[in-house]
Design a protein around this ligand. Sequence first.
Ligand SMILES: Nc1ncnc2c1ncn2[C@@H]1O[C@H](COP(=O)(O)OP(=O)(O)O)[C@@H](O)[C@H]1O
Ligand SMILES: O=C(O)C1=C[C@@H](OP(=O)(O)O)[C@@H](O)[C@H](O)C1
Ligand SMILES: [Mg+2]
Length: 169
Amino acid sequence: MAERIFLIGFMGTGKTTVGESLARELQLPLFDIDHEIVKREGRTIPEIFATNGEAYFRRVESEVLLELSESAHAVITTGGGAVLAPGNRELMGKSGFVVCLAATVEEIVSRVSGDPNRPLLQSDDLRQRVIQLQEARAGLYDFAHVTLDTTGRSVDGIVGEIIMKLSAS
Ligand SMILES: Nc1ncnc2c1ncn2[C@@H]1O[C@H](COP(=O)(O)OP(=O)(O)O)[C@@H](O)[C@H]1O
Ligand SMILES: O=C(O)C1=C[C@@H](OP(=O)(O)O)[C@@H](O)[C@H](O)C1
Ligand SMILES: [Mg+2]
């Protein structure tokens, strides 16, 4: 079974939540790239975006991903935009088993609505914003080894399916 597992997918598909449970089940350490960035920077993601902009955030995100991909045997949960850099996609594809979580637009909207921690989703028309960003990212999650639709599914059920796919890999 792979010892380095990446969870990728659009915002609100449950990467951070599922990753915690998956790491517990597999008895592997867990690294959430967003949490690592917040620790390293000593400030929140909205603060980083507001003060230094998205390009700066992407640089730190890529640095943290590179360090974890080289060192940790772990479950590594990424932010939804970690796939934007081609180098990040290549790195994940070759250094671990990549699981993409997906969900319908309606499900994403209901999960992330009212959460101030995603600067890219602070919009008066959240549904339209999700659609627009998904279009801008079309195809960028397709390098995953497996993709799971999480809509209407329990975290335990999703974790069980990932473990089955891992065993078969
Ligand atoms: N399978 C699920 N069913 C219902 N709600 C979920 C599920 N997975 C995650 N959530 C909820 O959706 C929100 C976003 O989850 P999160 O793990 O932060 O997603 P991501 O890291 O992909 O942005 C959280 O409030 C979380 O509790
Ligand atoms: O998709 C994105 O560009 C982002 C996703 C977020 O992580 P989650 O996907 O865990 O919400 C976080 O990294 C940041 O707000 C940017
Ligand atoms: Mg997350």
